[in-house]
Design a protein around this ligand. Structure first.
Ligand code: FAD
Ligand code: SF4
Length: 398
């Protein structure tokens, strides 16, 4: 007697390069590279926005739309600013994500970790893996600041017979993952997320580096930091900073992937634990514990961290309102003015959680306009209620 196969096993992954169901909005999350494509209409973050249902399934409740902190940061039970006492060399920040993943594996909470290394020939070309050793997790440290098909290893997970899994990923990947969580045959799934915004294709990344850095070919790492500057690290160890307000927005307008221009899951609302930086003081990482599994993961590394409570300072609203038409028209300030603006806003501008709100407001208003202009038929269903509330605080151009 043969056992009935789950329906997805009869489906066929799409060929590389074949059009994706979400068309130009596809974020190349990797889901359609697997037989789980069978569920794409329900699962894809760009075809079916379903935050309330997935929050309920994941956290046991929806975000409280009457509480500002949940409207902005999603369901959570704790937040803290932290950094590793001994940072991991070559990590994006201090390596909290890699450290948690390694502890989860070595202490037996999981048998494998979905993470993303880079290809041998290209530091920025993502190569998703199912890591089963600490060395493989460590090799995945540091951001690949490009769209990454992390979910392409889902078939491998099912075939490997692993029952306890940790997935590291960004919002669009995690939304699709949560939608099929019950079909994966796992006993336990942990999700360690990072915030994500303004991602790009590999070609888009090249354009960004060429328009922004003095030496695009030697960049090994970059981040948009809380001091309103992009920090580039070069292969000779030197750093370069470029003020946000000096970015060539007119040339960069089309660089970000359409998926990221229409995303409202900056803070990865469906992860169990989120590790970013934007709600923490400069130099610190920002940790959002969404549920019990998230707390379990954080507890494993607490003795390796230095922590401080999250703080919030300043008022973002005017800066956000003023940046909306400037971004819309692609205004680029001369370098001296951009530097001056950067210094002023760093001294007087929003800090901590208020900086995070500044960044969320700026991106959500921009993305709302993008969806409204380019996909008006999708606007109402695609934009979640929490994002509508955030955008509703501002006056937008037509
Ligand atoms: P590390 O220990 O260096 O580990 C990094 C982990 O990220 C690795 O496990 C790897 O598997 C995973 N990863 C790398 N690239 C990708 C990718 N393309 N897709 C999915 N997973 C990936 N934080 C903010 O607060 N604000 C932001 O705007 C923001 N934007 C981000 C954009 C991208 C594309 C990414 C990947 C992350 C972003 N982050 C953002 C998170 C932040 O940059 C750090 O990744 C996070 O703080 C963890 O740092 P770490 O030193 O602990 O990570
Ligand atoms: Fe498929 Fe993911 Fe692209 Fe949606 S975003 S079409 S699920 S690969």
């Amino acid at each position: 007697m043969t056992l009935a196969q789950p329906p997805h096993r009869k489906a066929k992954a799409l060929r590389p390069g074949a059009p994706r169901p979400a068309k130009e909005l596809c974020s190349e999350c990797g889901f359609c590279d697997t037989y789980y494509i069978h569920y794409v209409k329900e699962a894809c973050a760009f075809l079916n926005q379903q935050f309330p249902a997935l929050e309920q399934q994941t956290h046991g409740r929806r975000r409280d739309l009457d509480a500002e902190h949940e409207v902005y940061f999603g369901v959570h039970q704790a937040m803290v600013a932290a950094r590793k006492q001994q940072p991991i060399e070559g990590a994006q920040w201090t390596g909290i994500v890699s450290t948690i993943a390694i502890e989860m594996l070595t202490q037996g909470q999981v048998e494998g970790v979905v993470c993303v290394q880079n290809t041998e020939s290209d530091r920025f070309q993502p190569k998703p893996v199912l890591a089963t050793t600490p060395e493989e997790i460590l090799a995945a440290r540091v951001n690949k600041p490009t769209l990454s098909p992390n979910l392409s290893v889902l078939e491998q997970v099912e075939q490997s017979g692993l029952k306890r899994l940790l997935v590291i990923g960004v919002g669009c990947q995690i939304q699709a993952l949560r939608a099929v969580e019950q079909k994966l045959g796992l006993e336990k799934l942990y999700v360690l997320g990072t915030p994500c915004v303004d991602n790009v294709s590999r070609a888009g990344l090249q354009k960004f580096l060429e328009t922004t850095s003095r030496s695009p070919e030697t960049v090994v790492h970059y981040e948009f930091m809380q001091d309103f500057r992009v920090h580039f690290k070069h292969s000779d160890g030197s750093t370069e900073t470029v003020p946000f307000f000096g970015l060539k927005t007119n040339q960069l307008k089309d660089v970000f992937a359409p998926s990221c221009m229409s995303c409202f899951d900056y803070v990865n609302g469906l992860a169990d634990l989120v590790v970013g930086y934007m709600g923490a003081p400069f130099g610190w990482q920002w940790i959002v514990v969404r549920n019990g599994k998230g707390q379990e993961m954080l507890d494993l590394v607490m003795d390796q961290l230095e922590t401080q409570p999250v703080m919030s300072q300043g008022d973002r609203r005017q800066a956000v309102q003023q940046s909306i038409p400037a971004y819309d028209k692609g205004v680029t300030l001369p370098l001296w003015a951009a530097k001056l603006m950067g210094v002023l806003i760093e001294r007087l501008g929003p800090k901590g959680l208020e900086y995070a709100r500044f960044s969320i407001d700026s991106h959500f208003t921009r993305n709302y306009l993008y969806v409204k202009r380019n996909y008006p038929e999708k606007l109402d269903a695609h934009v979640p209620e929490f994002a509508k509330r955030i955008v509703g605080q501002y006056k937008l151009p037509e």
